[in-house]
Design a binder for this molecule. Structure first.
Ligand SMILES: Nc1ncnc2c1ncn2[C@@H]1O[C@H](COP(=O)(O)OP(=O)(O)OP(=O)(O)O)[C@@H](O)[C@H]1O
Ligand SMILES: [Mg+2]
Length: 508
C-alpha cells in the first residue's frame, strides 16, 4: 500500500435497487489522514455508498481503490482486512455481553475463552490508552450509556486494525457533550494518521470537524469542497438545490385552555426503576412546551406514559380534562392524541410492511379505510400518495417495503401519519432525528403551524437548538424530575447546567 496515495478512490460507482438508482457514477477521493464529511438529502445515497465501501453491498459497476490499489470488496471481512471499519447507525453490539466480549466477538483468531480473552484485554487497554477511549472492559454493554456503546463500536473497529473509519450519522443518538467528546476522539484518530469518513445531517458538525466535504444529491456526487472554503448555507443549497432557511421563524404564542395536565406522575421502566418521579406540568392549546434533557433522564418514559404505552406507577394524566388512566394507544388516538415516537423502528413503523400500510398504521379502523371487514385499499393508497407528495417522501412508491426507505424518509412516514390527523394534543419525540436540512425546515414549519392552529404540542428532543428554536416554554428534565422551567431564550449555558443537574430550582 502506497503511503502517499489517497486512502480511498471511488471511480464511477453505480448501484441500483430495482428501479431506484441509489448511486450514479460516483467519483470520490478521500485523502489519507483527513476527516471527510459526506452530506446530502435523505435518500441521496450516502449510506448505500458507504455500504459498498464496507462490502455490505456490491456496486453494479465502478472501481474502488484502497491506498492506490484496486480492491474487490465482496464482504465486510475483506473490508476489515483492507483496514476499513464502520460504526453503524444502529449499533451492532450484543447487549448482555461485556465490553471486552463484544470487542473480541467475531475478530480473527480470538475466542471468548480465558487465555485469548486475557490477551485481548491487554490489547484493548493499550488501544483505550492510545486513543483516550476509556471504557470498563467488564461493563455489560446493555447497561452503559449510548455514548459509551459507540465508543465500544469504535474500539471494536480499531481492535480489528481499522485505518479508515466510516461513521454513519454517529451523533444522532448522542447528547451535545457526548458529541463533543466523540469529535475530540476523531481529531485524535486523525492526528494518529487515521482517515475518517463522516456522514451527518448536522452542518455545524461538518464545519467544526471536517477537512473536506462532499455533497450528494439524488444519487449523484454534486460537489466536493474544502471545509474552510464553504459555509452551511452553501452546503444546504448544494444538497437541496434551493435556499434553505436554517433558522426557525415564529411569532408569539397565544396559549388557550389547558389540553394536557400531568400531575405527580411517576413512571417505572421495565426493571422497576422509577424513571419519572412526581412530575407535574400543563400544556395549553396553542403552545409548544419543550422538554430538554440529556437522553435517559426520563423523557422517553414520560412520553410513553402519556401516549398510553406504559402504565404510570402513580399520578394522573388529564387529556382535555379527562383522565386517560387505563386507555391504550388506540383509544387515545380516538381521543385525538397524536404521537410521533422517539424510536421509529420499534414504536412507529412495521418495517416489513409496505409504505402505504404504515401511512395509516393505527388508523386502519377508521371508517375511511374500512370496506366491510376488509381494508379499502384504494382509500389507503390515496392517503399514502397524498402524504408522499406533501412530505416529499422518496422514492414516491407507496408499495415499497418500509425497510427499503432511507432513515430520514422512514421518519417522514411517521410524521406525516401523526401530524396530519388534526390532533388536539401532539406528542413529538426527536422529530428531526436523521432528517436532512430541507426536511427539518419543513417539519419545524409544520410544528409551528400546528401550534398556531391551536394544538397543544409537547416536544421532547435531545437537540437543545431544536428545543430552543421551537418551544414557547422549556422544561428541563434531570434524573426523572423537572428541575426548572425557562423561557426559550435562556442561554445554552444556563440550560446546560440544569440539564447536567448542577443547578436546580427550588421546587416552588
Ligand atoms: N435494500 C434496499 N432496497 C431497495 N431500495 C433501497 C435499499 N437500500 C437503499 N435503497 C434506496 O436507495 C436510496 C438511497 O438510500 P440511502 O439509504 O443510501 O440514502 P441516505 O443518503 O443514506 O439517506 P438518509 O439521510 O435518509 O439516511 C433510497 O431511495 C432508498 O430507498
Ligand atoms: Mg443513511
Amino acid at each position: 500500500m502506497s503511503k502517499t496515495a489517497p486512502a480511498i478512490q471511488l471511480k464511477k460507482i453505480s448501484k441500483s435497487f430495482g428501479s431506484v438508482q441509489a448511486n450514479k457514477d460516483i467519483d470520490l477521493t478521500i485523502e489519507r489522514g483527513t476527516i471527510h464529511g459526506i452530506v446530502g438529502e435523505n435518500g441521496a445515497g450516502k449510506s448505500t455508498l458507504m455500504s459498498i465501501l464496507y462490502g455490505f453491498y456490491q456496486a453494479d459497476h465502478g472501481v474502488i481503490l484502497v491506498g492506490g490499489e484496486v480492491a474487490d470488496i465482496p464482504d465486510s471481512q475483506v473490508a476489515i482486512k483492507l483496514g476499513i471499519g464502520m460504526v453503524h447507525q444502529h449499533f451492532m453490539l450484543v447487549d448482555n455481553f461485556t465490553v471486552l466480549e463484544n470487542i473480541v466477538l467475531g475478530a480473527e483468531d480470538s475466542g471468548l475463552l480465558g487465555p485469548s480473552l486475557n490477551k485481548a484485554r491487554v490489547e484493548l487497554l493499550r488501544l483505550e490508552k492510545e486513543y483516550g477511549l476509556a471504557v470498563d472492559p467488564d461493563a455489560i454493554v446493555g447497561e452503559i450509556p449510548v455514548g459509551l456503546q459507540q465508543r465500544v463500536e469504535i474500539l471494536k473497529a480499531l481492535y480489528r486494525g481499522a485505518d479508515i473509519l466510516i461513521l454513519d450519522e454517529p451523533t444522532g443518538v448522542l447528547t451535545p457533550a457526548e458529541a463533543d467528546h466523540l469529535f475530540r476522539i476523531l481529531e485524535q484518530l486523525k492526528a494518529q494518521g487515521k482517515t475518517i469518513l463522516l456522514i451527518t445531517h448536522k452542518l455545524r458538525e461538518i464545519m467544526a470537524i471536517t477537512d473536506a466535504v462532499s455533497v450528494m444529491r439524488r444519487g449523484e456526487m454534486v460537489a466536493t469542497r474544502e471545509t474552510a472554503k464553504t459555509s452551511p448555507e452553501e452546503l444546504a443549497e448544494l444538497m437541496v438545490g434551493r435556499r434553505v432557511l436554517l433558522q426557525v421563524d415564529k411569532g408569539e404564542a397565544d396559549p388557550g385552555e389547558v389540553k394536557l395536565a400531568v400531575s405527580d406522575l411517576t413512571v417505572r421502566d421495565s426493571r422497576g426503576v422509577d424513571m419519572v418521579k412526581n412530575v407535574s406540568f400543563e400544556v395549553r392549546a396553542g403552545e409548544i412546551v419543550g422538554i430538554a434533557g440529556v437522553a435517559g433522564n426520563g423523557q422517553s418514559e414520560l412520553l410513553q406514559a402519556i401516549a398510553g404505552m406504559r402504565q404510570p406507577a402513580g399520578g394522573t394524566i388529564l387529556l382535555e380534562g379527562q383522565s386517560i388512566a387505563g386507555l391504550d394507544p388506540a383509544e387515545l388516538r380516538g381521543r385525538r392524541l397524536a404521537h410521533v415516537p422517539e424510536d421509529r423502528h420499534h414504536e412507529g413503523l412495521v418495517l416489513p410492511f409496505e409504505e402505504q400500510e404504515n401511512a395509516i398504521l393505527g388508523y386502519h379502523f377508521d371508517d375511511r379505510f374500512a370496506a366491510g371487514p376488509f381494508l379499502n385499499t384504494s382509500a389507503m393508497r390515496q392517503e399514502a400518495e397524498e402524504k408522499i407528495e406533501r412530505y416529499d417522501i422518496r422514492p414516491p412508491n407507496p408499495k415499497l417495503k418500509t425497510a427499503n426507505f432511507s432513515g430520514g424518509n422512514q421518519q417522514k412516514i411517521v410524521l406525516a401519519r401523526e401530524m396530519e390527523r388534526d390532533p388536539s394534543v401532539l406528542l413529538i419525540g426527536q422529530p428531526t432525528r436523521g432528517v436532512d436540512v430541507g426536511a427539518i425546515e419543513f417539519i419545524h414549519k409544520r410544528i409551528i403551524e400546528m401550534r398556531d392552529a391551536g394544538k397543544a404540542v409537547l416536544l421532547v428532543s435531545v437537540e437543545l437548538d431544536e428545543i430552543r428554536a421551537l418551544s414557547d416554554r422549556v422544561l428541563v428534565m434531570f434524573d426523572g424530575r423537572i428541575v426548572g422551567e425557562r423561557p426559550p431564550d435562556a442561554t445554552e449555558g444556563e440550560l446546560g447546567l440544569l440539564m447536567a443537574g448542577v443547578e436546580e430550582e427550588k421546587a416552588a
